[in-house]
Design a protein around this ligand. Structure first.
Ligand code: KG4
Ligand code: ZN
Length: 359
């Protein structure tokens, strides 16, 4: 059978990434290249992603990265079957850069353009490394999104819980900023927490006693701010103890909510062993991974974590979602407009700001 090769482009936030993946006659999918150019140097100074600077930085490297990814994959551009690009959700300027590049390639090479939902990329990425059948439970924990979604099958997504305010990665980043730690905050908090006392500060766990899978982190972040304000200065010991207490609180909230998510999955599927995929940048956190793995002893579940490079934003996961669509001939038109807001589960209610009041 003919080989299928998909080029995937990711530019929705602060990483420009281009990948080429290949599927041979069987089921096997290989990542031929997956290049990621982080914009850390651009945003670090601001303690967060600056949308305009992000868009400019994507536009400066996209052409080079496409060329390099094709070269590293040892294929010719003419051997690519389709181009997939993250077309939402995300920052509009960045999305436009990737989408325009993909549409141009599609038009010049006369191959399909496939608009991919970034969240679908995260939802499916585990399948690049593990042979995991549907259905499974997804806990997506990134800088922009935090949700529990049952992945019933390709394009069959049922969101059963979401954050009502900040994403968990955002909470890590904001807390790190209050503690004068570098951006992105997640890896910094993890590092400082290793030497801190996780019982030093008792922090709130918003919504954690409600028997549902919704989450909230903004109150937790405010509590950290209040404690820090009362201290005269942020010394090293305070940084370590607060990082450890914060990380432990996040772990407690996520484990409680995952327990509900497991029950919801079991009531929907009557499946004994619940496969749980934890994806997104925060899933790179080793402390959290260990806490999740301990849950396997108490609950009938098995955790899967994509490797760190496939947890954070990357072109390979976009290429994979593109491949699934290519095989089903789900191509997009060249007038497709990027969507800054684009839920994975189309039926899911918007539960932020005013959305909470109307839910
Ligand atoms: O998935 P991702 O690369 O981008 C988005 O789609 O948002 O996730 C980035 C987020 C950032 O908030 C970052 O602080 C967090 O993932 N992160 C971590 C760790 N590594 C990255 N959070 C906690 N622990 C980590 N080791
Ligand atoms: Zn992401």
């Amino acid at each position: 059978m003919k080989k299928i090769r998909i080029l995937g482009i990711e530019s929705s936030c602060d990483e420009t990434s281009v990948s080429v993946i290949e599927k041979d006659g069987g089921k096997k999918i290989r990542i031929l290249s997956n290049l990621i150019k982080s914009q850390l140097d651009v945003h670090q100074h601001f303690g967060g992603v600056v949308p305009e600077l992000a868009a400019r930085a994507h536009s400066e490297v996209i052409d080079t990265l496409i060329n390099m990814a094709v070269k590293k994959a040892k294929v010719k551009l003419t051997e690519i079957n389709a181009v997939a690009a993250t077309s939402g959700p995300g920052l509009l300027g960045g999305l436009l850069v990737g989408v325009v590049a993909a549409k141009t390639l599609s038009s010049v090479l006369n191959i399909p353009f496939i608009a991919v939902n970034h969240l679908e990329g995260h939802a499916l990425s585990v399948r690049l490394e593990h042979e995991l059948n549907f259905p499974y439970l997804l806990l997506l924990v990134s800088g922009g999104h935090t949700e529990f979604t049952i992945i019933n099958g390709f394009n069959k997504y049922n969101r059963i819980g979401t954050t009502l305010d900040d994403a968990v990665g955002e909470a890590f980043d904001k807390t790190a900023r209050v503690l004068n730690l570098n951006f992105p905050g997640g890896p910094e908090i993890e590092k400082y927490a290793k030497q801190g006392n996780e019982s030093k500060f008792k922090l709130p766990q918003p919504l954690s006693h409600e028997k549902n899978c919704h989450l909230s982190f903004s109150g937790l972040k405010s509590a950290v701010v209040q404690i820090i304000k009362k201290k005269k200065k942020v010394n090293l010991q305070l940084q370590k103890d607060m990082a450890a207490s914060f990380q432990k609180t996040i772990a407690d909230i996520l484990t409680k909510k995952t327990t509900y998510a497991i029950k919801t999955f079991q009531s929907n599927h009557r499946k004994e062993l619940v496969p749980i995929v934890v994806a997104g940048g925060v899933a790179a956190n080793k402390y959290l991974r260990n806490v999740f793995l301990k849950m396997e002893k108490e609950h009938n579940c098995k955790f899967y974590f994509p490797s760190p490079k496939l947890c954070t934003d990357n072109g390979a996961m976009i290429a994979l979602a593109g491949l699934e669509r290519y095989e089903r001939k789900m191509f997009s038109k060249l007038n497709f407009k990027p969507k800054p807001r684009w839920p994975l589960d189309k039926k899911a209610k918007f539960l932020k700001g005013k959305g909470i009041l109307s839910a």
